[in-house]
Design a protein. Structure first.
Length: 470
């Protein structure tokens, strides 16, 4: 977590979350001094759940899950040692610690799509002609692209963190607090849309002399700062005076025996997760996978690749990209096979995608899902329309994508992670793969179903053979 805070501007705010939580607790010191800790072991069950969640996250290399589980374990440990009476008084400071978890990157693709859609719509409403290709668009004065920095994720995380703290300090009723937190979520999204539109307009009317390069980010943060300041000023008008605190009743101090017992329970449960992971990881270790030769029968012949596109998947232990043809049908196949997954090399991660946002050749025009009734495929596959500009005319491809997780065929990333965790818990390893088939858009409607019908079973057997050779 510290490494992520240090290297990412998006999560740099997390460095001040623990000090703020401590300050919020210090503000209540007069109330807390009147209450003696009463250690209790009844929180052992939720502690066990948090430990198991950590184990699942570690088995599947999901940063967000392991880090959430860690923070929740710390919170539950404090509650167990101090008791519920004290914990009720410091509930918000403890919950505020969850903002130290660096999570949010998974929202980037959708936020980028929304920003691009709003900007293009606003430009057209202004009377500026726009030609759009996915998150890239062209106006008469130049080319623009919505990349990760334009998603607004930094604004949203910063706004929600500060907005939640503001709501706690300035409002008393739960209703007003929740409304302000909701506003702090929505305002940065809309503000980011307006920011993107204003930057393009500044560039357009200045001949691209303004709002370019570093100015792009400076103008964005200035605009965001003004919007957030206005939001806080409006919120201050409805601020509520805190209710006078009632002196807490003195309670008998916890006994040494109960304190030691609670500490022992916490220590044993917290240690159970890492010990279980070490045992499972040692059992699962296997040699690097080697994909055997793949042959598709029923008249499908290997042929050279017909497009330069290659999915942006980071360092798969084994991969295959090839093409097949039958009569007038041409189809491409991409398989990335993973084993011994960890945080640096895993199948499902936000950095694995069809094309990077800064790719100057290939871009994703649209994404969707399609129901498929073909043996050897999941009921639903993910689809995408991608464009390549390295040929004339440009290459238009339709892609079908799904996952194979130790013999299970799934579509969603969450289900792929769940199946991986279940497979590892059974001691069956984490062998997984992503399968993509693609064809030119003009023939994809016929080619992709025809190839899948005849080749899906062979591909599944080929993947199973790779797993069995571990």
């Amino acid at each position: 977590m510290l490494e992520i805070w240090a290297r990412s501007d998006t999560y740099a705010h997390a460095f001040i979350v623990p000090p703020i939580a401590l300050w919020l607790i210090w503000r209540k010191r007069d109330e807390l001094l009147a209450i003696q800790p009463t250690a209790s072991g009844w929180l052992a069950l939720p502690l066990a759940v948090a430990t198991f969640a950590w184990l699942l996250g570690q088995l599947t290399a999901v940063n967000a899950l392991t880090q959430f589980a860690l923070v929740i374990t710390l919170i539950l440990s404090i509650m167990s040692l101090l008791g519920l009476r004290i914990s009720r008084h410091i509930a918000f400071p403890l919950a505020f610690l969850l903002f130290s978890v660096p999570i949010g990157d998974f929202m980037m693709p959708k936020l980028m799509d929304w920003t691009a859609a709003f900007t293009v719509t606003a430009l057209r409403a202004t009377g500026i002609p726009v030609y759009q290709e996915g998150n890239q668009f062209v106006i008469p004065s130049g080319n623009w692209s919505v990349v990760e920095a334009c998603s607004g994720i930094r604004y949203i995380i910063a706004s929600v963190t500060v907005g939640t703290l503001f709501a706690y300090l300035n409002f008393v009723t739960l209703r007003r607090r929740l409304i302000f937190i909701l506003v702090s979520m929505l305002v940065p999204v809309v503000a980011n849309w307006l920011r993107a539109y204003m930057i393009v307009m500044l560039g357009h009317f200045s001949g691209n002399k303004l709002a370019a390069g570093v100015d792009h980010l400076i103008y964005g943060w200035l605009f965001f700062g003004v919007v957030i300041m206005a939001m806080f000023m409006i919120g201050t008008r409805w601020a509520e005076s805190p209710a006078a605190s009632q002196p807490a009743l003195f309670t008998s101090p916890t006994t040494a025996k109960s304190g030691w017992l609670a500490s022992l329970i916490i220590a044993l449960l917290a240690a159970a997760g890492p010990l279980a992971f070490a045992a499972i990881d040692k059992l699962d270790k296997a040699s690097e996978p080697k994909l055997p030769t793949l042959s598709i029968e029923n008249g499908w012949q290997n042929r050279p690749l017909f497009a330069s596109w290659q999915p942006a998947y980071d360092s798969p232990p084994a991969k295959l990209q090839t093409a097949f043809s039958q009569d007038a049908k041409t189809v491409g196949l991409y398989v990335a096979y993973y084993r011994n997954q960890d945080y640096q090399r895993k199948l499902v991660t936000s950095t694995n995608m069809l094309a990077k946002s800064n790719d100057t050749v290939w871009s994703v025009l649209s994404r969707d899902t399609a129901s498929i009734n073909i043996d050897g495929l999941p009921p639903v596959v993910r689809t995408a329309h991608i464009l390549g500009k390295d040929t004339s005319p440009p290459s238009n491809l339709i892609v079908w994508q799904w996952y194979w997780v130790n013999g299970k065929l799934v579509t969603s990333e969450a289900e792929a992670k769940l199946q991986t965790a279940l497979s590892r818990l059974r001691g069956a390893g984490d062998d997984s793969a992503v399968i993509m088939i693609y064809a030119p858009s003009e023939s994809a409607a016929d080619t992709l179903p025809a190839f899948s019908t005849q080749a899906a079973g062979t591909i599944n057997q080929w993947l199973a053979a790779t797993r069995d050779a571990r």
